[in-house]
Structure formats: structure tokens, C-alpha cells
Design a protein around this ligand. Structure first.
Ligand SMILES: [Zn+2]
Length: 644
């Protein structure tokens, strides 16, 4: 069984100077305060959130009816979770007081039976569970449970966790296989992963059993038909979507393809993997592997984005990955990180940590601006603003980040991912430590029968060098595994300053077995040249096109650097590539300068017989995809381009 820093306490990892520490400073100094103001309706010019106000109403401290979406409580929960991670990084008594005040309100809004939900409190709690498919009650409960655990880990304060345990107990009383209980599951998975976390945090198996129940009943009943506890009144709701939208069209063990609403799918598969982790069931693992292969080999964007269609915010069919009108929601990439992480805890294969890297540095991080105040919900790989803003089938795509949304699931989700980044660095057994992500940090990892301090120093993702120093009492026999990223062909490994070839490769991890002594060092130098990538030719939109990566970062071309009509550019694959360090909006970057051409064709009657077109030599600038849209609004951008 592999352990994680989350099994101990994420506080055991301290971020040091580098890429993710900068982002955690931004989280503490800008993102958390900005989101707090917004959740309190204090940010000008953005849709009102009402999220905190709703709890005041539910706590009977304010008159009114709840505003915002029906799942607005989850924004509060995800903010508490992000703020809790931020407290681990940077203590802040004022912030802690704000959370405590919120916890007081949540507790006051709790019904005597344990129920917590602002919308259904307003409707009357006899209406609870009356719309499990779209009502998001268990989804909100799950996020509140997760928030309560993280706040407890950050501060040692149990009050919110006790509130949520009372709520979880009510859910366990009202749902389950026993006669007289509701035989149903939630339309939006989340309660499952939360209950697995709660089972571990409270050491109470009941919550694990309940999570297993929600997993196993999925696909065997249509939840909306079992959704009322009003005596005898089992009126079906009107069908918003087919069952596959809810990823509930078949029992989990019969699933073979990633389908349905992409965020729902990710949270569900993450829960299935939690279940498999504790049961060790081979059939479920086979299902998960099949689903993973379907996603990784046929249904994921190069940026780690997922969800190819806005209708149903969902997966479509194999190889359908349009760059300009996909759904590519920030939350879906975040969900992919959750799922991939859990897969890696069963099968220590680098493909999972590679996917985490792909999603977090690209499809997830593009969801937030470099100043921390604006957000993408949809993360396209190609934008032509005049077309995007006109077309009906692209109305979900914004050509610039927004300050908030009516449905604001993504901003608080990216905030908690940034805050929790430390937990994705390591996993370990008693005698083996895996380093999945290269992030400057210091961690206390229990190895052998002692705590080993691991100091990791790196400028990743800007360069591929990483330096480790270990400190311990005496010595310890431990295997150390370092991920060799999928994009890396060559590397150099040094132990105590001397090149070391006594390593072996274990499922994508460079592994060293030896007895370590205090102050031993390991240096890994991953070659990180800019590299061109092509796609499977069955992906319609990328046939004959090329993308550019350097290390884990996908690059893009932006109008501000290269002029409009980016499709006219051709990059010379064999030309010179100049790698330049710089800044974008005072945030460090590494840009690429490439040789290439612009091939412009202007034809009066639109079409003409083919002739040799004139090409003008140009230098083309590419920037990391996650940094696009930060220097000017409504710019053309593209990830896939033509080459010569
Ligand atoms: Zn979202």
C-alpha cells in the first residue's frame, strides 16, 4: 500500500522558492481575498455570488431567499478548502477568523437532524433529496466534508468536521441498501471521494461503506425515480439529460469508455479508484484501466483538457478533440488530476504522474490569470475572437478571462488545487519513496523506522535540473524512484556529485536502491529541449499540424507577438529555436523564438486555382499556453499550427 502526504498531513510538505511557491503566495495574497470578497458580493462588475449570504439566510440571521446556482454552497466549501491550504502555507489570523465565522454560520444553518444545505433549507427540508439528479445536495455535502477535513488538518479545529460528521450520519441513515432507506445516488459525484476521505480522517468504516454503496448502485436505478421521501409521492422529474450525462447509464463495472459530463466522470472515476484502493478488487481495476486507456489514448487534449462538446459539457467519441469549441473546463482538468493521482496509488506507473503534470501545468493553470483575479471556465486551444464571439456553437467559449461566473465552480477549484500542490510530489512505502513531481520543497517522509527529511531544489518547469538532499539519523536502506517524464529522451543522474549508472527503470521511474546516509545528494538533469508533437491522424483537426512543448509546458502562438491570422504562419521545424527567459505580467516565463514563414493569400473572389504562394520569412514567438491572454484582451491564439 502506497502512502501519501495526505495520509499524514499535507503540512508535512513545505514549498520552497520556485514556480509553485510563487503561486501559493498569489493564492494567499490575492486569490483567497479576492474570492472571499466575491463570495460576499463585494466585487464590482461581476455576477453576484450570494454564496455566503445564502448561509446567513439559512442560519436565520438574514431574511431572503438564496441566490445563485443550486450548488452555490460548494463554492463556499471549496473556498474554505483553498483557504485552509493557504493557512498551512502562510498562517493568517484574520483569514482564520473569517473561516471560523463561516463555520459558525454553517453550524447555525444545520438542522437538528444534521442536514445542511441553503437551497433546500429555503424550500423546506422535507423537500430534501427530491431532485437528486440535478439538485446537487450530496455534491455540496461532499465539498463541505472535504473542506472540514482540510480545515482540521490546517488548524486542528474540529468544529466544522463535527458538523459534517453529523450530516454524514444523516446521509448514512437515509441512504443505503436496507429496507426503508432511499436507494439512490447523486447526479453529480463528489460525495463518494469525500466519504472515503472522511472514513480515513475519522477512522470510521461506515463512511467507506456508504461511499461504496453510492458507487455500486450507480447505473442500476435511475436516481430521479427514487428521489422523494414524501409519503408515496414518487413523481419522476422531467428528463434534462439521458443517464449517461450523469455517468449513470450503466453499473460502474460495465463501463468501457469515458463518457458523459467530464467533471462528473472524473469525480466518479476518482471515487471508483478510491474504492479499488481499499478493496483491491481486480474486476474494478480492469475497468479503471480500460477507462484510463480510453481517455489517455483517444479522448484527452494535449493540454490535459477534457470534454469535447458544450452540450452536456461532455465527452463525445474517440478522436473528437476540436481545438476551438470543445468544453475543456478547468474543473475537468482538475478532476483528471484527482483521478490520475489515485490511479498512481494503485499502480506506480509514470503515466499517471505524467498526466497530472500535463493537466496541471496546462489545462488547469490556464484557467487562472497571472494576477489571480480572472478565470477561464473553458480553455480553448484556438481562438479567433471575432468568430468565437459570434458563433452559436462557441457561445460557451470566452476570448478573455472573466472576474467571476454565474456558475463559478472553476475559480475556487483551481484555488484549492494550487493550495494542495504539495501533496502530489511524493508517495511512499516503508522502504521506497517516489518523486512524482519536481517542485522546490522540503518534506518529512517516514521511511524505514524514522523520518527522512528530503530537500528538493529545482527551477522546474523552466529547466529540467533537480537537486535532492536527504537528512536522517544514521543511515537507511531505501529505494528512491524519480519520474522520467514522457517528453524526456535523455537525462543525467548524479549521486553525491558523481555520475551514477546503478539505476534501473521501473515503470517510467528511474530507481536507485541503496543505503543512504545523511547529507547524501541526488541530482537529476532532464534534457528539456523544445520539441514538436504530432497527433494521431484520426484527430480531424490536428491532421498535418504540429504542437510545441518544452518540458511539461505546451506552447502557443499569440496575436500580440505574431500579428493576426495566425493560421498563415508556418514554423520551420529544422530552424533555429532560441529559448529566452523573460517575464509576462511580472511572472517568470520562458519563451521560444522560432524560424518560420507567413504565407498570405488574398483572393478577390475567395477561391482560385492552386499556384505557388509567396512566403515571407518571419521570426515566430511562442509562449507557454497557460500564460496566454494575460497581456491583451481578445487576442487570436493557437496551439496547433502548420510546419515546414
Ligand atoms: Zn468548473
Amino acid at each position: 500500500m502506497y502512502h501519501t502526504m495526505d495520509d499524514l498531513n499535507p503540512k508535512e510538505v513545505t514549498l520552497l522558492e520556485g514556480f509553485w511557491k510563487e503561486r501559493n503566495h498569489l493564492l494567499a495574497d490575492v486569490i483567497i481575498p479576492y474570492q472571499w470578497d466575491t463570495l460576499n458580493n463585494r466585487t464590482e462588475g461581476v455576477p453576484l455570488s450570494h454564496a455566503v449570504e445564502n448561509f446567513r439566510i439559512a442560519a436565520k440571521e438574514l431574511e431572503g431567499i438564496p441566490g445563485g446556482t443550486i450548488f452555490q454552497d460548494s463554492d463556499v466549501a471549496k473556498w474554505i478548502e483553498a483557504a485552509s491550504y493557504s493557512l498551512m502555507f502562510q498562517p493568517n489570523s484574520e483569514l482564520e477568523a473569517s473561516i471560523d465565522e463561516l463555520v459558525r454560520l454553517i453550524e447555525k444553518s444545520q438542522h437538528s437532524n444534521g442536514y445542511v444545505n441553503t437551497f433546500f433549507t429555503a424550500k423546506g427540508i422535507e423537500q430534501r433529496w427530491s431532485d437528486l439528479e440535478m439538485g446537487h445536495e450530496l455534491y455540496c455535502a461532499g465539498h463541505l466534508i472535504e473542506a472540514s477535513i482540510t480545515y482540521y488538518q490546517a488548524t486542528g479545529k474540529r468544529r466544522l468536521m463535527d458538523v459534517m460528521i453529523r450530516y454524514a450520519n444523516l446521509i448514512a441513515e437515509e441512504f443505503g441498501p436496507e429496507k426503508g432507506k432511499l436507494h439512490a445516488y447523486d447526479g453529480h459525484p463528489e460525495i463518494e471521494i469525500a466519504l472515503y476521505r472522511l472514513a480515513a480522517a475519522s477512522d470510521d468504516e461506515r463512511y467507506m461503506n456508504l461511499a461504496d454503496y453510492f458507487m455500486n448502485i450507480r447505473g442500476s436505478v435511475r436516481t430521479m425515480y427514487a428521489t422523494t421521501n414524501a409519503e408515496g409521492a414518487r413523481k419522476p422529474k422531467s428528463r434534462w439529460f439521458e443517464a449517461d450525462y450523469f455517468v449513470a447509464d450503466k453499473p460502474i463495472r460495465s463501463m468501457t469508455e469515458v463518457t458523459g459530463h467530464a467533471v462528473r466522470a472524473m469525480y466518479l472515476y476518482a471515487g471508483m479508484t478510491d474504492q479499488c484502493r481499499h478493496t483491491g478488487e481486480p474486476e474494478l481495476w480492469e475497468t479503471l484501466t480500460e477507462l484510463w486507456n480510453n481517455l489517455a489514448q483517444k479522448r484527452v487534449y494535449i493540454t490535459g483538457a477534457i470534454g469535447s462538446q458544450s452540450h452536456g459539457e461532455r465527452f463525445t467519441v474517440d478522436y473528437d478533440l476540436p481545438p476551438d469549441r470543445g468544453y475543456t473546463e478547468t474543473c475537468a482538468s482538475i478532476g483528471l488530476v484527482f483521478w490520475a493521482w489515485r490511479m498512481s496509488l494503485i499502480d506506480m506507473d509514470s503515466r499517471y504522474a505524467d498526466m497530472i503534470e500535463r493537466a496541471m501545468y496546462n489545462g488547469a493553470l490556464s484557467g487562472i490569470s497571472l494576477d489571480g483575479k480572472t478565470y477561464f471556465y473553458v480553455n480553448p486551444l484556438e481562438i479567433i475572437p471575432s468568430i468565437t464571439t459570434f458563433r452559436h456553437d462557441m457561445e460557451h467559449v470566452l476570448p478573455h478571462r472573466a472576474g467571476w461566473f454565474d456558475c463559478a465552480c472553476c475559480p475556487t477549484n483551481i484555488a484549492r488545487l494550487i493550495g494542495s500542490i504539495g501533496k502530489y510530489i511524493y508517495s511512499f512505502t516503508d522502504t521506497h519513496v517516489y518523486i512524482h513531481q519536481y517542485i522546490s520543497s522540503e518534506a518529512e517522509v517516514p521511511l524505514g523506522n524514522q523520518k527522512v527529511s528530503i530537500l528538493q531544489e529545482t527551477k522546474y518547469p523552466w529547466n529540467g535540473e533537480m537537486h535532492l538532499t536527504m537528512h536522517m539519523q544514521g543511515s537507511v536502506q531505501v529505494s528512491l524512484s524519480l519520474r522520467k517524464p514522457h517528453w524526456c529522451d535523455d537525462f543525467k543522474l548524479l549521486v553525491n556529485g558523481t555520475e551514477w549508472d546503478g539505476w534501473h527503470m521501473e515503470k517510467g521511474y528511474i530507481t536507485i536502491d541503496r543505503v543512504w546516509a545523511s547529507s547524501d545528494t541526488v541530482a537529476l538533469e532532464l534534457e528539456m529541449p523544445a520539441k514538436f508533437f504530432q497527433a494521431d491522424s484520426r484527430i480531424l483537426d490536428y491532421c498535418g499540424k504540429t504542437a510545441l512543448m518544452r518540458g511539461p509546458l505546451v506552447y502557443c502562438l499569440e496575436e500580440i507577438d505574431n500579428g493576426a491570422q495566425l493560421q498563415e504562419l508556418l514554423i520551420d521545424q529544422h530552424g533555429d529555436i532560441k529559448v529566452e527567459e523573460g517575464v509576462i505580467q511580472s511572472s517568470p516565463t520562458t519563451t521560444l523564438l522560432l524560424d518560420g514563414y507567413r504565407e498570405t493569400l488574398r483572393v478577390e473572389e475567395l477561391y482560385e486555382p492552386v499556384r505557388q504562394n509567396k512566403r515571407t520569412k518571419v521570426r515566430i514567438k511562442a509562449i507557454p499556453y497557460f500564460q496566454w491572454g494575460n497581456r491583451a484582451k481578445d487576442q487570436e491564439m493557437r496551439v496547433w499550427f502548420r510546419t515546414v
